[in-house]
Design a protein around this ligand. Structure first.
Ligand SMILES: [Zn+2]
Ligand SMILES: [Zn+2]
Ligand SMILES: [Zn+2]
Length: 146
């Protein structure tokens, strides 16, 4: 998939490339993920909306985005459900993740670090692995400046 310039992404096209319907809320939602540099919770999504929408529609959109390879669930300090944008290697067939996540213990934000790669291991001493998680905890650059 070619998405050269973040400013010029056709979010409607992106949704249809992932087999998703193009409602105005879904376009807003995917754009919000592109504009935000940390993972988003449902409450943060609501705070960014200028109109009212029921939570069920938000969850439904998030589930569809996750299922079709646009976003993935990320670890969170408070065990809230948060989502972050996937890179283009994910598709509606499969998520391909081997990046680590940074968790800031001050602002509680979660960041994907896509250049911190974890070796892909499917099996270890007979144990079958289907999910790899590496979490780096500490304080983010913004929080160190306070
Ligand atoms: Zn993914
Ligand atoms: Zn922070
Ligand atoms: Zn991530």
């Amino acid at each position: 998939m070619k998405l050269i310039d973040k400013e010029n992404i056709d979010f409607g096209l992106l949704l249809s490339q992932h087999g998703l319907s193009k409602t105005s809320f879904r376009k807003f939602l995917i754009e919000l993920f592109y504009k935000t540099h940390h993972a988003l919770s449902v409450d943060e999504i609501i705070n960014n909306l200028s109109y009212q929408i029921d939570k069920v529609s938000i969850y439904r959109a998030l589930n569809a985005f996750e299922k079709n390879g646009l976003i993935h669930k990320v670890p969170d300090k408070a065990n809230l459900i948060k989502y972050a944008l996937c890179k283009s290697e994910c598709s509606s067939e499969k998520h391909l993740h081997n990046h680590a996540h940074l968790l800031c213990s001050i602002c509680n934000e979660t960041y994907c670090i896509n250049d911190f790669k974890i070796p892909v291991v499917n099996e270890y001493k007979g144990f079958l692995i289907n999910n790899l998680k590496v979490i780096l905890e500490g304080s983010c650059v913004d929080c160190q400046q306070i």
